[in-house]
Design a protein around this ligand. Structure first.
Ligand SMILES: Nc1nc2c(ncn2[C@@H]2O[C@H](COP(=O)(O)OP(=O)(O)OP(=O)(O)O)[C@@H](O)[C@H]2O)c(=O)[nH]1
Ligand SMILES: [Mg+2]
Length: 607
């Protein structure tokens, strides 16, 4: 059977997974009576909940006499490294661009990688059904982007389709026919070349890994040469040609719709998953024992952000989760690092803690969320940016490209806030309908926690997109949170009356009935210093503290501390306590006297 391998790449939310749904449906990959969820490829719990793709996944469909392997990729920048590797496995790419939003930072990133690899992408302008779609302009922007990225004449001559993944059609013109995905299928078969293969023995580059509960580790990649069968002896080489392991393939799996089928033989050019190799990972070459040189592989992007994961040692530790010991946490993190090449886990200098480094707040947040669901309790520190030094010894820090779309009236405050965070404005231009697009280069350090502030400043109307740009010279001191916090003086359950009494001190982060302890952060102080408050004190007048009276107090709704918000809110001397049921913020040192002593010691050391 003829074969094509193609990846779908785009900025986050531009409709990749929705497009794959339609390709699966319209190629007849689903059985007549099969019930399939929306965005079926986003199969894990967190992906479904957040509506984003976290892991790249392969599938295949048959169109006439050709099998098309399709790889759906994540659009979020934290997972960008994966997209780059995946482009190595395919011979063509479909670049989706939202007809209203146009090309955004991740579009630029993935297109630049695709062009550099010599692919000739197909451009699909998606979501033309949107009321604010501006497809003609967007095509021009895409052309400018290709040109700016030094596309060759051949690449600049990209074929364009317009359509709506949601409505299930793609067509060569805006007018349609608005019928089906057939024009896209046909274009892929015409425009994408058949897989390039080499002569010789079996070789395959590991590109995606996953842990399968029944089969153990599965390594997915494209077979570069030769073929692979179950029971065949193979070896695994790293990028430098060192032998990692020798073993036998237990199963060869091909992707068929949403399922995977064991096959008798995988042939050169095809994308398959191999079971039976516990050590093989991304960027490793799996090959015949007689092969001596590895396939060229890209190095994995180094992490830019790190957090310390510690045991939960708050007074409420162990009351809500069952996995609390440092050894259990350590084992879990090491296992995660094995399966997730973008993460780096190492022993931390602090007692009972591990340092976890990754590509961004979302990636680390997802790991915490996953562990929390598995029953873990943890406390984690504020994310720290990982610095580097250039050969002359100058300090460098990660700089990101930040694109903010905002209503004109709010552009002033955004420019001011980003400047305070040491961002430099690169561009400002109208982006249609009283909105402007602001482009900055800003240090990651300053952007931590900016998202929620941006939404407050712009009444929820701004959209921010970020992408790692480069390591650049350290931009100097950025002042942190300007408000102090409200701390509980004692342990117990918070009382509505007490919270009501404290309302003029600042917004609360807890609700009546929540368990608190000494040194736990219960709210934000309106001033710069920290303040200890009693949230347990009931009304004095009557001795009877009834529930109904308590509830009669009308409270301002508290600040909702989501995991990501909590992580970016805390300071160096604070921690986020995470359990399967709660997210609490606390001082690292709970006892106020100990805290004062530490502060004095620090000051003394500073002098
Ligand atoms: N109006 C409209 N909405 C669409 C269309 N295609 C996708 N969407 C919506 O856009 C949102 C994001 O779609 P996804 O398919 O998850 O986007 P994605 O590119 O896979 O996102 P990531 O994997 O997170 O990068 C969903 O709410 C879709 O329903 C379209 O053609 N028109
Ligand atoms: Mg997706």
């Amino acid at each position: 059977m003829k074969l094509r391998n193609v990846a779908i790449i785009a900025h986050v939310d531009h409709g990749k997974t929705t497009l794959v749904d339609r390709l699966l449906q319209q190629s007849g990959a689903f059985r007549e009576n099969q019930r399939v969820a929306e965005r079926a490829m986003d199969s894990n719990d967190l992906e479904r909940e957040r509506g984003i793709t976290i892991l790249a996944k392969a599938t295949s469909v048959v169109w006439h006499d050709t099998r098309i392997n399709i790889v759906d990729t994540p659009g979020h920048a934290d997972f960008g490294g994966e997209v780059e590797r995946i482009l190595n496995m395919v011979d063509g790419a479909i670049v989706l661009v939202d007809a209203a939003e146009g090309p955004l930072p991740q579009t630029k990133f993935v297109v630049s990688k695709a062009l550099k690899m010599g692919l000739r992408p197909i451009v699909a302008i998606n979501k033309v059904d949107r009321g604010d779609a501006r497809p003609v302009q967007v095509v021009n922007e895409v052309f400018d982007l290709f040109a700016a990225l030094d596309a060759t004449d051949e690449q600049l001559d990209f074929p364009i389709l317009y359509g709506s993944a949601k409505e299930g059609w793609m067509a060569p013109s805006l007018e349609g026919p608005k019928e089906s995905m057939a024009p896209l299928f046909d274009l892929v078969i015409r425009h994408v070349s058949p897989p390039a293969t080499d002569e010789g023995l079996f070789r395959m580059l590991g590109t995606i890994i996953e842990a399968n509960p029944y089969l153990g580790r599965l390594v997915t990649g494209r077979i570069r040469s030769g073929s692979v069968r179950p029971n065949q002896p193979v070896k695994v080489l790293d990028r430098d040609g060192n032998l990692i392991e020798q073993g036998r393939v237990t199963k060869v799996l091909a992707f068929r719709g949403l399922e995977r089928q064991p096959i008798e033989e995988g042939l050169a050019g095809d994308i398959v998953a191999i079971a039976g190799l516990p050590e093989a990972t991304v960027a490793h070459t799996i090959c015949d024992p007689q092969v001596s040189a590895p396939l060229p592989a890209q190095p994995i992007d180094p992490p830019t952000l790190a957090m310390t994961f510690r045991i939960n040692d708050s007074p409420l530790a162990g009351t809500e989760g069952d996995k609390v010991q440092s050894r259990v946490i350590r084992d879990r993190l090491l296992r995660e690092a094995e399966g997730n090449v973008a993460l780096r886990v190492s022993e931390s200098s602090e007692k009972d803690s591990m340092e976890v480094a990754g590509r961004g707040e979302l990636q680390l947040g997802i790991l915490i969320e996953t562990m929390r669901r598995e029953g873990f309790e943890l406390s984690v520190s504020r994310p720290k940016v990982l610095f580097r030094r250039d050969p002359e010894g100058n300090l460098l820090e990660p700089i990101e490209e930040v694109v903010i779309d905002v209503d004109q009236e709010y552009s002033g405050i955004v420019v001011q806030k980003v400047a305070e965070r040491k961002g430099e404005m690169m561009e400002m231009r109208p982006s249609g309908g009283h909105r402007v697009r602001l482009v900055f280069h800003a240090p990651t350090r300053g952007l931590i926690g900016y998202q929620s502030e941006l939404l407050t400043d712009t009444r929820g109307t701004a959209v921010m997109n970020r992408l790692f740009h480069a390591y650049g010279p350290h931009r100097g001191v950025i002042s942190g949170r300007s408000n102090g916090v409200l701390l509980s003086t004692d342990a117990g359950e918070a009382v509505a009356y007490a919270l009501w009494n404290l309302e003029d001190r600042g917004p609360m982060m807890i609700e009546p009935g929540w368990k608190v302890y000494r040194g736990m952060i219960v709210g934000e102080h309106t001033r710069g210093n920290d303040l200890e408050v009693n949230v347990l004190k009931g009304k004095k007048l009557t001795n009877i503290r009834t529930h109904s009276k308590d509830e009669a107090v009308r409270l301002t709704p508290p600040i909702q501390m989501t995991l990501e918000r909590a992580l970016s809110y805390i300071q160096e001397d604070e921690l986020v306590e995470i359990t399967p049921k709660s997210i609490r913020l606390r001082k690292r040192t709970l006892d106020p006297n100990d805290r004062k002593r530490e502060e004095r010691q620090k000051e003394a050391a500073g002098v």
